[in-house]
Ligand binder design. Structure first.
Ligand code: DGL
Length: 215
């Protein structure tokens, strides 16, 4: 099995690592767009254009599936890419609102994601479908992808945000940007045992399995 994994930056590698553990024999190639990361504060039009250009090497028909391991690119580009390349299978990645809705006891969740993801129609549709009864906190994480990409994120910045979410009663924190997978452990430590920190690496693995079985 040959899988292409794309993200604007280092988030893709986190997802690729998780997939490689689940599919040890798969050939996994990772592409990013270091020249243009971060995508999260760019316009939808530009994100679409950059994503399509960046994944071009994956569009040669040899990949069983292309994983857009980027919430931002998925939110903005996946429908267009599926329509334009109907013979290519794509898997996207989205904030786990449905799972969070099932887990929360306080009915308060936090979604950490880029501004472009939070503003997207796909995200708004997810909230309308699964989250209208919830109090959803969307903290300002607009600098996080840049800081993580450049190894400049420090514990106190994360602590300030996570502590404020916990004080407001959030008991589920959704990591809605693959860059944040790299700091999941730290977020989990800061948030403590009463808070679930969730991201979809395992779910993507299941999706890859189902989609490639169907061929
Ligand atoms: N890692 C990406 C995501 O999952 C985007 C980060 C960025 O380029 O702003 O949304």
């Amino acid at each position: 099995m040959k899988i292409g994994v794309f993200d604007s930056g280092i988030g893709g590698q986190a997802v690729a690592n998780a997939l490689q553990l689940q599919f040890p024999h798969a050939v996994i190639q990772v592409l990013n767009d270091k020249q243009n990361v971060p995508y999260g504060s760019k316009s939808p039009r530009l994100v679409l254009q950059l994503t399509e250009t960046a994944i071009r090497p994956f569009l040669d028909g040899t990949f069983d599936v292309i994983v857009l391991a980027c919430n931002t690119a998925t939110a903005i580009a996946i429908e267009t890419l599926r329509a334009k390349y109907p013979n290519q299978k794509f898997i996207g990645i989205e904030p786990m609102i449905r799972t969070a809705a099932g887990l929360t006891k306080t009915q308060t969740i936090a979604v950490c994601a880029t501004p472009a993801t939070l503003a997207s129609d796909r995200y708004i549709a997810l909230i309308q479908r699964y989250g209208t009864h919830l109090d959803i906190i969307e903290p300002d994480c607009s600098q996080w992808a840049y800081l993580i990409e450049n190894n400049q994120m420090n514990r106190s910045q994360i602590e300030t945000t996570i502590n404020s979410l916990c004080e407001r009663g959030a008991d589920v924190i959704v990591l809605g940007c693959t860059h944040y997978h790299w700091i999941k452990e730290l977020i989990t430590t800061i948030a403590g045992d009463m808070v679930s920190v969730i991201e979809p690496s395992e779910a993507i693995g299941r999706r890859v399995e189902n989609l490639t079985k169907a061929t």
